[in-house]
Design a protein around this ligand. Structure first.
Ligand code: ZN
Length: 237
């Protein structure tokens, strides 16, 4: 198992760790700040550092061999098992993921349809909604800008399944039903806006999302509407 430091603090950019195993294409660590591809969000990139040696981390993934372990993809000769390394992630990439990811929660609040696809990258985010309703790009854009300007606090917390069951109102207010059977559920709350189970990395206030704009609305199929977000160009900001 890799201790997932990014779950409790998305602002952490570095930590110390130990190499626990080699896998095809990389190494697993006992702990990490590097988010693995999942929930539609791209993996972090960065560096593993041991003294004067550096390994470029080109991607982070969940291990296919060891449940709960996180694979740091590196090229070339791998650091030996037992090596103490400094894990550093690409701060700009993480910040882009945090901003876009939180913005997709705002879209969920603005567009009350089931989500059937999600992709969050360094340069864009897209969310697919299951509906045949037409989408109004300008209305979505202004709704997004309003929620960003209103500066809603964003926080996550872990709740037990018992707590979930004891608060049926909580489940009703969630836009996504939580996964069951893990004992506890991580929920992300944007105060007064959105509440849903989520394991991704987010900003701590919607104001931090800043100048994110709707770049495209697409009709992907008769029953799917796609919203694409990008960063505003300086002239639009
Ligand atoms: Zn999220």
């Amino acid at each position: 198992m890799t201790e997932e430091l990014f779950r409790d603090d998305a602002t952490l950019l570095a930590c110390d760790a130990v190499v626990t195993a080699h896998e095809e294409g990389g190494v697993t660590l006992d702990r990490t700040v590097s988010y693995p591809l999942g929930g539609g969000q791209a993996g972090d990139t960065g560096w593993l550092i041991a003294g004067s040696q550096r390994w470029r981390v080109t991607d982070t993934r969940k291990s296919k061999l060891t449940p709960g372990a996180i694979l740091h993809c590196v090229e070339g000769e791998l650091p030996a098992v037992g090596t103490a390394v400094r894990v550093e992630i690409d701060a700009a990439r993480r910040q882009a993921h945090r901003r876009f990811h939180t913005a997709t929660h705002l879209l969920c609040a603005l567009l009350p349809y089931p989500v059937d696809g999600c992709s969050i990258t360094e340069t864009y985010a897209r969310l697919d909604f299951h509906t045949d309703e037409p989408f109004d790009k300008d209305a979505i854009q202004s709704g997004l800008a309003r929620l960003v300007a209103e500066a809603h606090p964003v926080r996550h917390r872990w709740i037990s399944e018992e707590e979930l069951d004891a608060n049926p109102g909580l489940v009703r207010s969630m836009s996504v039903q939580p996964p069951r059977g893990l004992g506890r559920v991580r929920v992300l709350e944007i105060e007064g806006v959105d509440l849903q189970p989520c394991g991704g990395t987010h900003v701590s206030n919607t104001a931090e999302i800043g100048a994110v704009v709707v770049t495209k609305i697409e009709k992907k199929s008769a029953k799917t509407r796609r919203v694409v977000l990008g960063f505003a160009q300086p002239s639009e900001a």
